[in-house]
Design a protein around this ligand. Structure first.
Ligand code: AMP
Length: 217
């Protein structure tokens, strides 16, 4: 098993890119945001615990997120593509320790960079499939569903994430800016760190990502 990481601010397209990549490459997509949203919508003990933080755009505490991730990785044999994890230096260091203890390699770390002004437009127009087994992502400007409000892939209703409002985005960006620099510095010196310019059409970013993954395979 190898573990790859997509870095980038909320709205940079990590989730969309991850979903398209796993259609083409032998990778399993693991989004901590999707796992946590599923827990919130099912009202599990975890969901009740993290609900308020998620709704206001704050991060969930490191130990909770690490616990979810390591339990998920424990018996995994396939290569994993993380989206939204690690989010803090502590998570990155904990992941590294976990991987070393398992004799598992860190694969690519791809940093999708994008200017902040672009993010609000993307996030406010984002719609996601409400089916937790699908989680397809749409955009009212650039990727509209064939039938308004309905997922093309599974027919479930689309919804606007409660943390995709300008207010919650502001809080998510504050969190991001607080935690990102040390996280980026942790990975920047590593040989598998790659930078991708995110202010481009998603198809071009996709092609670049496929190229990067194929080069290192
Ligand atoms: P995302 O779907 O990646 O934008 O994540 C949505 C929300 O889930 C975030 O704003 C956090 O509240 C929570 N979350 C997701 N991943 C993490 C993580 N790695 N660490 C802490 N909180 C997270």
């Amino acid at each position: 098993m190898k573990v790859h990481v997509l870095l980038g601010p909320p709205g940079s397209g990590k989730g969309t890119q991850a979903k398209h990549l796993v259609e083409k490459l032998p990778l399993i997509h693991l989004s901590t945001g999707d796992i946590l949203r599923d827990a919130v919508s099912k009202g599990t003990e975890l969901g009740l615990r993290v609900k308020a933080n998620m709704a206001s755009g704050k991060l969930v505490d490191d130990n909770t997120v690490n616990g979810i991730v390591f339990a998920r990785l424990q018996d995994e044999t396939n290569d994993i593509l993380f989206d939204g994890y690690p989010r803090t230096l502590f998570q990155a260091e904990s992941l590294q320790t976990f991987l070393s203890s398992q004799g598992t390699a860190l694969g690519l770390v791809v940093d999708i960079e994008i200017q902040e002004q672009e993010l609000e437009v993307r996030v406010v127009n984002r719609r996601v499939c409400s089916n937790p087994d699908c989680c397809a992502i749409y955009n009212l400007n650039s990727k509209t569903p064939q039938v308004e409000g309905i997922c093309d892939l599974c027919g479930s209703p689309l919804k606007h994430r409660s943390d995709d409002t300008p207010q919650a985005l502001h809080s998510r960006l504050l969190e991001f800016n607080k935690t990102f620099e040390p996280l980026q510095s942790f990975y920047k010196g590593k040989p598998n760190y790659r930078y991708v310019e995110g202010n481009r059409p998603p198809e071009l970013i996709h092609d670049r990502l496929v190229q990067l993954f194929q080069e290192q395979a």
